[in-house]
Write a protein that binds this ligand. Structure first.
Ligand code: TRP
Length: 329
C-alpha cells in the first residue's frame, strides 16, 4: 500500500471547510493506503500565536480528527513536536536548499508583506513541510490547492537530495499531491475561503442552535433583496453548502425555489441548518465523549508518536550516513 502523509495546523476545533475540503478525504484514504496524520504544531508558531492555548488547540484538533473518523489503529495520529526527527531533517534540508526557491513561494510573499518583522521560520516553513513528508518517504500527500507550490518544492528538494547524496539508490520518493474533489469552501461571509482567523466558519461540533445562529445572517445572492426577487443558486454560497449537506432532491428543490422566488433565503437556510446539524451530529457526539477523557486522547497521540518515530528513526539513520556524519559510538 502506498504511504500517505498529511498535516493540519492546531487551530482548535475543526470547521466544516477543513472537514469537507480535507478531512473526509483523509478518512477515506485510510482504506487503501498506509497513512500517517500529523498535527503540525511547529508550523503553527511561524506567525504570532498564543502560547497559552497551543496545547489545548492541539488536543482539540486531535479530538476533531478522531471524531471525524480517523482510526488511530490503522493510521498513526500524532503531534509534530513529539517526533523531534522532523526538525532534525528540516535543518539538514535547510542547509542544501537555495534561498531563492523559498523567496519565490507565494504564501511567503503574501504573509511577509503583511508583517513588519519577518520570522526566518516563515521563510523556511516549506522546508519543515518537506521534512514532514520525506521523513516517512510518503508517496502521496492530500493537500488543498494552496499547498501545491509547497509540495512542488518538496519534490524538488527530494530530487536534489537524492542526486547529491544518493545518486546510486534514491532514498526519497517524489511525493505526489492528492487533490480533493471538494473545491475550496467559502466562508459564511461569501468573500473569502473559510478560515478560523477570518471568523467566517462553522465548527464541526457546534450545536444545532449555534449553527442556525451562524447561518441566519450569512450572505446569499445579493440579487435577492426581498423574498420576491429571484436569485441564481450557482452564485450563492449557501447553495454550495446545500450540495454538501442536503440530499439530491432537496438540492434540486432549493435551486428551483431560488430561481422562481418561491422560497425566501431564510427558508432555504432553515433546511440547510437542519441538514448540517444532522450530518454533524455523530461527530459532535464522539467529540463530546473524547473531550470527557483527555487522557485517552493523549494516550492515542503518544502511541501515534511512538509508531511514527520508529519510521522516522529508520529514515534518519540512512540520511545521516548518506550526508557523511560520524555515527554515535
Ligand atoms: N502547510 C500545510 C497547511 O497549512 C500543513 C502541513 C504541514 C502539511 N506539513 C504538511 C500538509 C505535510 C501536508 C503534508 O495546510
Amino acid at each position: 500500500m502506498a504511504r500517505v502523509f498529511s498535516g493540519i495546523q492546531p487551530s482548535g476545533e475543526m470547521h466544516i471547510g477543513n472537514w469537507l475540503g480535507a478531512i473526509q478525504n483523509w478518512v477515506a484514504l485510510q482504506d487503501a493506503h498506509d497513512a500517517l496524520y500529523c498535527i503540525v504544531d511547529q508550523h503553527a508558531i511561524t506567525g504570532s500565536y498564543d502560547p497559552a492555548s497551543l496545547a489545548s488547540r492541539t488536543r482539540e484538533m486531535a479530538i476533531s480528527l478522531l471524531a471525524a473518523g480517523l482510526d488511530p489503529e490503522r493510521s498513526p495520529l500524532y503531534v509534530q513536536s513529539h517526533v523531534p526527527e522532523h526538525t532534525e531533517l528540516a535543518w539538514l534540508l535547510t542547509s542544501v536548499t537555495p534561498l531563492g526557491e523559498l523567496e519565490r513561494m507565494t504564501q511567503f510573499k503574501d504573509k511577509s508583506q503583511r508583517t513588519e518583522s519577518i520570522p526566518a521560520g516563515l521563510l523556511s516553513y516549506p522546508i519543515l513541510m518537506a521534512a514532514d513528508i520525506l521523513l516517512y518517504r510518503a508517496e502521496r500527500v492530500p493537500v488543498g490547492d494552496d499547498q501545491l507550490q509547497h509540495l512542488e518544492l518538496a519534490r524538488e528538494i527530494a530530487r536534489r537530495w537524492n542526486a547529491t547524496f544518493a545518486s546510486d539508490a534514491p532514498v526519497f520518493p517524489e511525493p505526489q499531491p492528492i487533490l480533493t474533489t471538494a473545491s475550496r469552501i467559502m466562508g459564511l461571509d461569501g468573500e473569502a475561503k473559510m478560515s478560523k482567523s477570518l471568523g467566517n466558519t462553522v465548527g464541526v461540533t457546534e450545536s444545532p442552535e449555534a449553527i442556525w445562529q451562524k447561518l441566519r445572517p450569512a450572505k446569499t445572492d445579493p440579487a435577492r433583496q426581498t423574498k420576491r426577487d429571484p436569485g441564481t443558486p450557482e452564485i450563492c454560497n449557501l447553495y454550495a453548502l446545500h450540495r454538501h449537506f442536503s440530499p439530491a432532491e432537496t438540492v434540486e428543490h432549493v435551486a428551483e425555489q431560488c430561481r422562481t422566488a418561491g422560497w425566501g433565503c431564510i427558508d432555504c437556510k432553515r433546511v440547510l441548518s437542519d441538514n448540517m446539524a444532522a450530518a454533524l451530529a455523530p461527530i459532535r457526539e464522539r467529540s463530546a465523549e473524547l473531550t470527557a477523557s483527555p487522557e485517552r486522547v493523549d494516550a492515542i497521540l503518544a502511541d501515534g508518536a511512538t509508531r511514527a518515530r520508529r519510521l522516522a528513526q529508520e529514515t534518519m539513520l540512512v540520511v545521516r550516513e548518506r550526508m557523511g556524519f560520524l555515527r554515535e559510538g
